[in-house]
Design a protein around this ligand. Structure first.
Ligand SMILES: [Zn+2]
Length: 707
């Protein structure tokens, strides 16, 4: 890794979080794959040598649990999904240089080799721990086989991750009030010997690593807090059959497989290796990237930050591999403000989108430019229509079509090219053929594009293109060339020459985000080759002298179409909500809602136990977001006898400015906890995934006890 700006002299690899091979892809998944694809294309436009690799995640309990539901072997189950993903991604122009899977030979061998080297170097030790066990099913309950309460934030958590609360990775045995997801019974804890990786030894290394890390701020800040809280060693084995066998045979642990989060990120390396072996190391050397001085960039969902900023770099360092240069963690996609839900059918499925006849570039544009990478992005068909019609049809498409049509009708192509001395019909760089204003404006756009890539801002990349097209529209409007063709033909030709150059530049700038459409413009301009292989600096290289009549490259989305799609989606969500039997398919992004109503608890508690809860009426005095935490807010709550500071996961769900003065219900004798360096002393009670805050409806006084 170098500290130079992109493009550097070293090869780069861009990866995105591996999809668990266990269910249909929806736009929540696509955001990451499209985003990483666009980033890789943008690097190449800058002149950076780069490859884009990924693979299906075949192992782990998310796959095993779903295969069991279907009554098939995990391998058969996962391979089927793997094949489907492999054919779906190209339909969205997600152009992997290699797409492997974690169960293939390359990854299995490389994983075992890396783990063996960690073991040889003394980074792995054995420890006996308490592991959840279901006595009825007579099996251990690794990861998603167990559900319960997060010990850090008190939210509902599934096995190894607190995906609805603080996003922490949970170690075996950590989950509180464990329940078996196989039988629904209370799980018991049993002693087992497992392998641990000494992550705690890497605190200093990781602190330095985070100081140098590029990408989004959430990926830099969250792990700092985890390190400050003290790193625990990491259990890297599981009591399962499905997975990669622990490679060192020492009797005690030979029935264990590696935890899925060991072999999953190693697929980034394995997939790069497969690509390198296919094209030859002369063209692209995976060892340059991973072992010498390459640039490794990971685009991931924000629910897997800990795996990529703590475990993964520690493992790479211990095994003598390169550290990632950049990690960008995306926010989630919501629909109409609500989390995507497979069980409630609240999603736009990849196949569904294409079946509706929309071009993939429209979705690519929407998903990459609607918010910053780390922001949550809301999808509605109306918002989609507004963005497509406003920015792509109204600004980019309109400018392209009107300028090329005018150029074609009046000049048969780019005007007065033949009149310029010394061009001889060869393409040349001729800023002199452009007006100073346009030459400078395109130079600015080129600089904005480069800055955006170095800031990991896809929205910035998109903006460099749309704002240049916007300028083009204003420019043509300001100069009214249609009035000049007779009176001042030279000036008319100048304006149109400028506009054709702007159109070409916009095509190069927008290619990472809308590759097909950019190629369409490229072909209309009669340019040679592909726009995807064209460098940014070519935005100032003269376009061909002649081209044919242009077509409109974007089509407007009509209101009735949107009404119909919205009705269809609403209807589907309503139908699914009514059908509470529908199975919930878990996925990588953790963007599930709580599903249908939770089953009532079987275990009754006594009145005395209830009385142990000291629940009070409170009044919120202040409410503010906690820096660096996506979801958490710090509240001060007056409970009569004193004022409590409380941390609540409501930052995205409530207008914090509107909360002061509101009454709430607070569990006062909750154990204090520290979240993002802020002490939480009590718990605000709230209902459902929208965190609807509980309150009183009469005149109960602040401080009164709830009984
Ligand atoms: Zn938690």
């Amino acid at each position: 890794m170098s500290s130079d700006e992109f493009p550097t002299d070293h090869p780069a690899v861009v990866t995105c979080g591996l999809p668990y091979a266990n269910g249909d892809l929806h736009i929540g998944h696509l955001r990451g794959y499209i985003g990483a694809d666009a980033f890789n294309r943008a690097l190449q436009t800058l002149g950076q040598q780069s490859a884009y690799v990924c693979g299906s995640d075949m192992h782990g309990t998310p796959v095993a649990v779903n295969a069991e539901k279907d009554g098939v072997e995990p391998e058969t189950f996962a391979l089927e999904w793997h094949d489907q993903y492999e054919s779906t991604f190209p339909q969205f122009n997600v152009d992997f240089d290699n797409y492997g899977h974690t169960h293939d030979e390359t990854n299995t061998e490389l994983t075992q080799e890396i783990v063996r080297s960690l073991d040889d170097a003394g980074y792995i030790y054995e420890k006996t721990i308490q592991v959840a066990y279901d006595p009825d099913a007579d099996q251990y309950l690794p990861d998603r086989y167990v559900e319960g309460t997060c010990p850090y934030c008190g939210e509902f958590a599934r096995g190894d991750e607190c995906d609805e609360g603080c996003q922490r990775h949970l170690e075996p045995g950590e989950i509180e009030a464990p329940v078996s997801s196989i039988t629904g019974n209370t799980a018991e804890y049993r002693e087992r010997t497992h392998k641990f990786f000494r992550v705690s030894e890497f605190e200093e290394y990781l602190t330095d690593f985070l100081d140098d890390l590029e990408g989004t701020t959430n990926a830099q800040n969250q792990p700092r807090q985890w390190i400050e809280d003290g790193l625990q060693d990491w259990c890297i084995t599981r009591d399962m059959d499905w997975g990669i066998d622990y490679p060192v045979d020492d009797g005690d642990t030979d029935d264990l497989v590696l935890y899925v989060w060991v072999d999953a990120p190693i697929e980034y390396i394995a997939s790069t290796k497969q690509y390198s072996e296919r094209v030859g190391a002369d063209e692209y050397d995976w060892e340059d990237v991973w072992k010498r001085d390459g640039e490794v960039v990971h685009i991931i969902g924000r629910d897997i930050i800990q795996h990529h900023t703590i475990f993964w770099p520690a493992m790479l360092e211990a095994a003598d591999y390169n550290a990632p240069r950049g990690i960008a963690a995306t926010g989630f996609i919501t629909i109409g403000g609500k989390g995507l839900s497979t069980s409630r059918n609240r999603a736009i499925w990849a196949k569904e989108y294409l079946d509706e006849g929309f071009h993939p570039d429209l979705l690519r544009y929407y998903l990459t430019t609607t918010g910053g990478l780390q922001q949550d992005v809301d999808f509605t068909w109306e918002a989609f229509q507004e963005k497509v019609n406003g920015e792509l049809v109204g600004t980019v498409g309109n400018f392209w079509y009107r300028s090329l049509l005018f150029a074609y009708r009046n000049y048969g192509g780019t005007p007065s090219r033949a009149e310029l001395p010394g061009t001889d019909g060869e393409p040349d760089i001729r800023p002199s053929g452009l007006s100073d204003e346009v030459h400078e404006r395109i130079q600015d756009a080129i600089a904005e594009f480069g800055d955006a890539v170095n800031d990991y801002s896809l929205r910035g990349v998109g903006r460099s293109a749309t704002e240049l097209a916007q300028f083009g529209n204003e420019y043509i409007q300001r100069h009214e060339p249609w009035k000049l063709t007779d009176d001042d033909p030279e000036q008319a030709a100048q304006v149109i020459r400028d506009c054709v150059q702007i159109a070409k530049a916009v095509a190069i700038l927008i290619e990472p985000i809308a590759p097909d459409t950019a190629q369409g413009l490229w072909d209309q301009l009669n340019e040679d080759g592909t726009v995807s292989e064209t460098l940014l600096e070519d935005a100032l290289r003269a376009p061909p002298a002649t081209f044919d009549e242009p077509n409109e490259l974007f089509a407007k989305i009509e209101d009735d179409e949107v009404d119909e799609l919205t009705a269809k989606l609403d209807d589907r969500i309503a139908t699914a909500a009514a059908d509470s039997e529908e199975a919930d398919t878990a996925d990588e992004h953790g963007d599930e809602d709580a599903g249908d109503l939770e089953a009532l608890a079987d275990d009754r508690i006594s009145f005395e136990e209830f009385q142990d809860l000291d629940i009070r009426v409170g009044r919120i005095e202040t409410a503010e977001g906690i820096d660096g935490a996506d979801d958490l807010a710090r509240l001060e709550v007056d409970i009569g006898l004193e004022t409590r500071q409380v941390v609540a996961g409501i930052k995205q769900l409530h207008d914090l400015a509107a909360l002061p003065g509101k009454k709430c219900i607070l569990l006062a004798n909750m154990e204090p906890a520290e979240l993002f360096g802020v002490e939480s002393n009590g718990m605000i009670l709230a209902a459902g995934e929208a965190a609807d805050l509980l309150t009183t409806h009469g005149d109960a006084e602040v401080g009164e006890r709830v009984r």
